[in-house]
Design a protein around this ligand. Structure first.
Ligand code: SF4
Length: 231
């Protein structure tokens, strides 16, 4: 349904319309511009390092890995113990080092290199399916790689987006985080998906906080079905 327009999205429960979310949060947080973070293979490694740890830790671990090895090719060729040592500060190094090594091995086997830029030429469902076929890659990681490294209109649903979307009535209470990807992504035009993602995260961090949302400071309060729960 991507590309079919905001107005065509059918949400049965009471909710704040995605068009209003874009407008209000856009005014609140300002324009958002996409820029690539890493190349897709590096982003893939980064997402493995980011599992079950903070952004700070995963950033440090990735920096250490690349400082030590210099390239994804060198990481792929390195002994697993050496990878483990270089990512130790990121936590769970014993699990993540063999996962990185094995994932890169499979990429090399399937592609013949570590260049995943071909994914940008594929229809998005196929690109997602290709990535999800790798071990340990779910909808969120696949969306992160396609969105952050290739600028495709995929929407990673992190903990902030999941919480805020539920409160705004965009997804049902029982919808899983994995299932939320396919529901939220088509709610806005493809060119707005990245901004929608960024706005919901910013709003979740600054206002619609996990424990005590600041509803009296929220630009979406008039229409938010969850506001009465927090008053
Ligand atoms: S009104 Fe409250 S619950 Fe609703 S989005 Fe705003 S902060 Fe979150």
């Amino acid at each position: 349904m991507a590309g079919s327009g905001v107005s065509s999205v059918r949400i049965r429960r009471k909710h704040v319309p995605p068009s209003r979310i874009m407008e209000s949060l856009g005014a609140e947080y300002g324009p958002v511009r996409w820029a690539p973070r890493y190349d897709p293979a590096s982003e893939l490694v980064y997402t493995i390092l980011s599992q079950h740890t903070s952004d700070v830790n995963s950033h440090r671990a990735f920096g250490s890995l690349m400082n030590h090895f210099g390239s994804i090719e060198a990481v792929a060729d390195a002994p697993v113990e050496e990878i483990e040592e270089s990512i130790r500060m990121g936590g769970l190094a014993k699990v993540k080092a063999p996962r990185i090594k094995e994932t890169l091995r499979i990429v090399r086997e399937r592609v013949g290199s570590y260049d995943l830029s071909f994914l940008a030429e594929m229809p998005m469902p196929e690109a997602k399916a290709w990535l999800k076929d790798l071990p340990g890659i779910g909808p969120k990681t696949a969306a992160i790689i396609l969105c952050f490294s290739l600028g495709m209109p995929a929407m990673p649903v992190d903990t902030h987006i999941y919480r805020v979307s539920k409160r705004l009535g965009l997804i049902g209470r029982k919808v899983s985080a994995d299932a939320a990807h396919d529901i939220l992504e088509p709610m806005v035009e493809p060119e707005s998906v990245f901004a929608f993602h960024v706005y919901l995260i910013r709003h979740g961090r600054a206002v619609c906080k996990a424990r005590r949302p600041l509803c009296n400071r929220c630009v979406l309060a008039s229409g938010c079905p969850s506001r009465p729960l927090f008053e």
